[in-house]
Design a protein around this ligand. Structure first.
Ligand code: C2E
Ligand code: MG
Ligand code: MG
Length: 643
């Protein structure tokens, strides 16, 4: 393209030069033609003055005589005028003209002019001779007549070569003009063709560019795996739906669709199988919605459907139901039938949001509700749980800074040996006072920390603080004091957890027996190899393992058989005295040779009841609420009474 451009530039400058030359030639030719026609004019004037001379000389009354001086003067004047013409002609003839006259054989013009000039000069000198009395009047008269004849002859003879010259110059001019015109035409044509070719090529290049731009756009807006539009097109799609709904005063829905088992399949069967699953699910979802609805892949195993305007919410429920059904049709992966389900959250415009962001956020929140409610179902967004989610998100954001900002602290609640009411240990309970000075309970923020991936750091901080405090109390004389530390199941999944704990113990010169690890009953433990492994490692290390909140969750006895738990902690919800569940658990614990701690003892009756059942340990507001370390009495022996 650049080469083409320079060629055209060259040709254009050449064309400009030719046109310039053409113009010069035109002007030059014009002057030449004009000049040659000037010979004619001069000859006409010459002829006119010759006639004038003829008038003077041929009049019988006005012949040369001594008495007629005016006549002589008139004759002289006319001859001088005649003389001007050949003189002017000769002045006009330069070297160039002489050359041309020689070429076309019209040099006679020069000869004639020179002759004419010589005759005129000669005649004038004869007049002077006459005036000086050197020649007679008659002689002069004869000479004048002779000159007149010769002037007339010259005038006539002059015409032919002048005509020839004018014709030649005119023809030559026409030829030159023709030639340069042809040249200009050829070049203009050539340049025109070149420019057209360049323009065509440029147009093609622009077209190709536009095509590739379109392709890039498509790539940017299209998910390469499933072929569906991707999330880049989401706001555009939702905005268009909002505009339409506004015009028609109608509503539409944004559905957030998430596959329930995608991660498992991806992890176990590999990414290519995961991709196959996504392609199939994308196809199913796209085929299930109506033509007027749009489906986009949001990312991972998440899809978003933006429906067209609807009149009744049943329409949306129908679509969501159909998607759920389409997704759960078994799919063959790796030669076996796999069962996948989907959870859908629905947010409707305008009641659940008036812009893309809020609609999507609320559809996402509703999808989580659907998951929490057992997956394989759809849920419409409801404001209340939405604001809960908002709070969760805000807390999660704040929690990131909690350790750094020193917002976490531990409080301690005594664990009491029920037979003699002595404090034998304490449970470390985490507290968080956020930047807005709000005290947030662990029941609320621990799950947030778990989901936000912060529990490892926070749990590590708890271990560090609890060990430090335990060491202080042990050094202060409570040499048997046991520190119960709550550990999340997420921490158990960390391969390095045992190492972290033993490092903390070493750092504070504590034996493993100084700490009790409390783990809340949870089905996830048995299903996760690393967690089971960690429990065994902890047990081997010598730390006591407590199964916290026993009776509330999984309550599977295989827990107790297969996992190395030493102590059962009966959940506080069973604590109203003489509860049969509590007594059954205590009996079972004895049976399994496990120690029992009852938590949530709030009343004397409850305390008595547990003592009666031979429950070894107790904990609860009846003895003491959790307090900061400086308010904790490590040597406290309680004296339980009714009041
Ligand atoms: P948990 O381990 O079962 O702890 C006992 C909870 O019962 C504590 O609530 C405690 O304050 C409360 N409690 C104690 N005595 C009584 C009583 O007589 N009546 C009633 N109604 N409640 C009583 P807290 O401190 O709010 O902790 C709640 C849960 O948060 C804990 O339950 C534990 O599962 C979790 N948690 C606390 N600290 C940590 C921690 O450092 N790490 C982890 N992973 N979880 C923690
Ligand atoms: Mg606990
Ligand atoms: Mg508990």
């Amino acid at each position: 393209m650049i080469i083409e451009d320079s060629k055209v530039k060259k040709a254009l400058s050449f064309l400009t030069a030719i046109i310039f030359l053409f113009s010069v030639v035109m002007i030059w030719s014009f002057f030449k033609v004009d000049k040659s026609s000037h010979f004619h004019q001069l000859n006409i004037r010459h002829f006119k003055h010759t006639l004038e001379l003829n008038g003077l000389v041929s009049t019988p009354k006005r012949t040369v005589s001594e008495q007629n001086l005016y006549f002589i003067n008139d004759v002289r004047n006319v001859i001088m005028k005649i003389r001007e013409q050949p003189q002017a002609c000769l002045n006009m003839i330069g070297l160039f003209e002489r050359f041309f006259m020689r070429v076309i054989n019209t040099e006679a013009i020069i000869t004639l002019c020179e002759t004419d000039l010589a005759i005129a000069n000669d005649t004038l000198s004869k007049i002077s001779q006459y005036e000086n009395g050197e020649i007679s009047a008659q002689y002069l008269q004869n000479e004048l007549i002779l000159s007149l004849t010769r002037f007339s002859q010259n005038s006539i003879l002059f015409e032919a070569p002048v005509q020839k010259t004018v014709e030649f110059v005119t023809h030559l001019t026409i030829l030159i003009i023709l030639f340069t015109s042809i040249l200009v035409l050829i070049f203009t044509h050539k340049i025109g063709t070149a420019v057209t070719a360049i323009l065509n090529r440029r147009a093609e290049a622009i077209k190709a560019l536009a095509k590739s731009e379109e392709r890039i756009k498509q790539l940017a807006y299209k998910d390469s795996l499933t072929g569906l539009p991707n999330r880049n097109l989401l706001s555009h799609t939702v905005d268009a739906a909002i505009a339409k709904a506004e015009r028609q005063n109608a509503q539409f829905a944004v559905m957030f669709i998430d596959l329930d088992q995608f991660k498992d399949i991806n992890d176990t069967l590999g990414h290519s199988v995961g991709d196959k699953l996504l392609i199939e699910m994308a196809k199913r979802i796209a085929q299930t919605v109506r033509e007027c609805d749009s489906v986009l892949r949001f990312g991972g195993d998440e899809f978003v459907a933006v429906t067209d305007c609807f009149e009744s919410i049943e329409t949306i429920d129908n679509i969501a139901h159909r998607i759920i059904e389409a997704v759960r049709i078994p799919i063959e992966l790796e030669n076996m039938q796999s069962f996948v389900t989907g959870s859908i959250g629905i947010a409707c415009y305008p009641q659940n949001g008036v812009d893309c962001n809020s609609l999507l956020k609320h559809a996402d929140a509703a999808m989580y509700q659907a998951k929490n409610a057992g997956k394989n179902q759809f849920q419409s967004y409801d404001m209340q749980s939405g604001s809960k989610l908002n709070r969760r998100l805000t807390l999660a954001a704040q929690l990131h800074q909690a350790i750094k900002n020193d917002e976490l602290s531990l409080v301690y609640q005594p664990i009491v040996h029920l037979p003699d009411n002595r404090t034998i240990g304490s449970e470390a309970l985490l507290r968080w006072t956020n930047s807005e000075n709000e005290v947030i309970g662990p029941d609320e923020f621990i799950p947030i920390a778990e989901n936000a991936g912060l529990i490892i750091d926070i749990g590590g901080w708890v271990i560090e603080q609890a060990c430090k405090q335990c060491k202080i109390w042990r050094d202060a004389g409570a040499t048997e004091h046991a520190m119960a530390i709550n550990v999340s199941t997420y921490q158990l999944k960390d391969k390095h957890f045992t190492k972290r704990l033993s490092d903390a113990l070493t750092k504070h010169a504590l034996s493993a027996q100084s700490v009790h690890i409390e783990i809340t009953e949870n089905s996830a433990i048995t299903e996760d190899k690393v967690s089971v492994q960690t429990l065994h490692e902890l047990s081997e290390l010598g730390a006591k393992l407590l199964l916290d909140d026993f009776g509330t969750g999984y309550s599977c006895l295989s827990y107790l058989q297969n996992l190395p738990f030493d102590v059962l902690k009966i959940d506080k919800s069973f604590m109203p005295a003489n509860n049969t569940i509590a007594s059954t658990i205590i009996a079972m614990g004895h049976e399994l040779n496990m120690e029992i701690i009852a938590e949530g003892i709030e009343t004397f009756q409850c305390y008595q009841f547990l003592k009666h059942l031979n429950c070894q340990y107790g904990q609860g507001y009846f003895f003491q609420k959790p307090v900061p370390a400086d308010q904790f009495d490590i040597f406290k022996k309680f004296t339980p009474s009714l009041h």
